[in-house]
Design a protein around this ligand. Structure first.
Ligand code: NI
Length: 136
């Protein structure tokens, strides 16, 4: 770990109160550790915005209804176009009509961004999230 720097930051009271409750619930030991973890999550969530040659790994989560006509097929078609950055995919049938796909991705941030854009373009999804970490 590198040098530790102290920084003075301001927070709305309610935000800090909610934050401290979570820090305690997670048993993180100190507010500083909680903030460090929150910052890492923030960086991970936005890693795909980094320079084009950035390599990333992580997952894209898609929640959708398979009763939406053609949606299953469309999502799979797109994944076949990006097979070089998708080492694996998991499909979980959550209920009679609800599905969760977890697409594992690894590769150039720019390519992953392109995949996310294509998946969003399909529309009619209940939710699409991603969590990526820089790998170099
Ligand atoms: Ni399903």
């Amino acid at each position: 770990m590198g040098k530790i720097i102290r920084a003075g930051v301001s927070f709305p009271e309610e935000l800090l109160k909610s934050f401290d409750e979570i820090v305690e619930e997670l048993n993180l030991g100190s507010r500083s550790r909680g903030i460090q973890e929150a910052m890492r999550t923030f960086i991970s969530l936005n890693a795909w915005r980094l320079p084009e040659n950035q390599e990333v790994a992580g997952a894209i989560l898609i929640h959708y209804s398979h009763e939406e006509r053609g949606l299953d097929e469309k999502l799979i078609d797109i994944q076949h176009e990006f097979l070089d950055i998708i080492p694996s995919m998991m499909h979980i049938h959550l209920s009679e009509d609800s599905c969760l796909q977890i697409i594992v991705v690894r590769g150039r941030a720019s390519k992953v961004r392109e995949l996310i854009k294509e998946l969003r373009r399909v529309g009619r999804l209940k939710q699409l999230n991603h969590l990526l970490i820089p790998t170099c």
